[in-house]
Design a protein around this ligand. Sequence first.
Ligand SMILES: [Ca+2]
Length: 385
Amino acid sequence: MKYFKKATAILCSAFMLCSINVKAADTSIIDSFENIFEAEERSIEKKEQSDADEAEKRAQGEAELQALSVVPLILDVDMSSDVDDVTAFRIAEELDYLGVIDIKGVAFSITPNRNGNNIRGAEGILDYAGLTDVPVADCAVDAVDFGDYWGVLWKYKTTNHVVYNNAVNMYKDILKALPEGQKARIVTTGFLTNVAAMLQDPEGYQLITEKVDGVFVAGGSDGLSWNLSYREDARAASTYVNTHCPCDVYYIQDALGANQVGGHLTKIDTTDSDILSQAYAAFGLADGQNYGNCDGTAVYCAAYKDVNYNDLFTPIPMNIYINPDNGSLTGTETTEPTNRYRFIATQCINEAGVFSKYMLYDSQLYTNVMDALIEGDYNRKHGIS
Ligand SMILES: [Ca+2]
């Protein structure tokens, strides 16, 4: 009995020990499983975090790329004794809305004796488009002119924009603020006096060299071209820009402003409720149907340069000479790089070797694109879907 008890005690102890050991083993297995699970969870969390970081980085990269692909644009206008600058605004506003360009500022190359009416007109048309944060600048070189239709535009002014007394200062601020790697384009639909003043300023010259990849000039047919030759200071500026501008200069033949941007809008706007129809009427054009709108075309050329204009046309490298005495322009084609180009009505020869059409200006696609831009702009502003 004694031995039996002893044996039982030994067995029990052994069993207990064994149980304890099993328990200990179980705990450690569970612990290590837990560790594995935790590590796995941590690894999944880490992976999810890294995927999220990666996705965020990708989205950020895409957004940055997208932002870099939007063309920062400065519109330099002589919106005064002609109304076609208003169509340039409208084309620019729609392209801004579509994310093709970003209107960074509006400069005038004329002034009504510095009384600010031109500025208020520009503020009005910008506010009409909801572009309330676009700065406006008066000219760097005074050229006195007036506009019959500024009052129409002024009625729509709701905001006091940042206003510069000298366009050069606005140009500088805009170009300095551009992020690394981004370049702006300048569209001039008036004189080249502001751009010349920028180039004559050492800091301005440097900024145009580093931060501008093209000046798109509305004007530039052979012979006398209104914007380039109208006044003595305008002639001097045209010659200066043509010979000194370090970046590309594109001349858009004014003779080719045949696209009826304003006419198309006045045709749609049967109730004359649109700011542009009203400006046209104040200018003395009841419907604008037969009125050329070269200025809008210059904006189109600047905005769509990167997509090569749907292969419709190519700016032709030119040797451009502007006579300082009368401002008349002579352009000859060249194969040498000159950084000077002209958008020209190039003749399209069909397979039979016969002239069939002019490229760009007689192109149905180009006309359709411009019509679509102005229709999109009109419909949006008048709540038509
Ligand atoms: Ca103009």
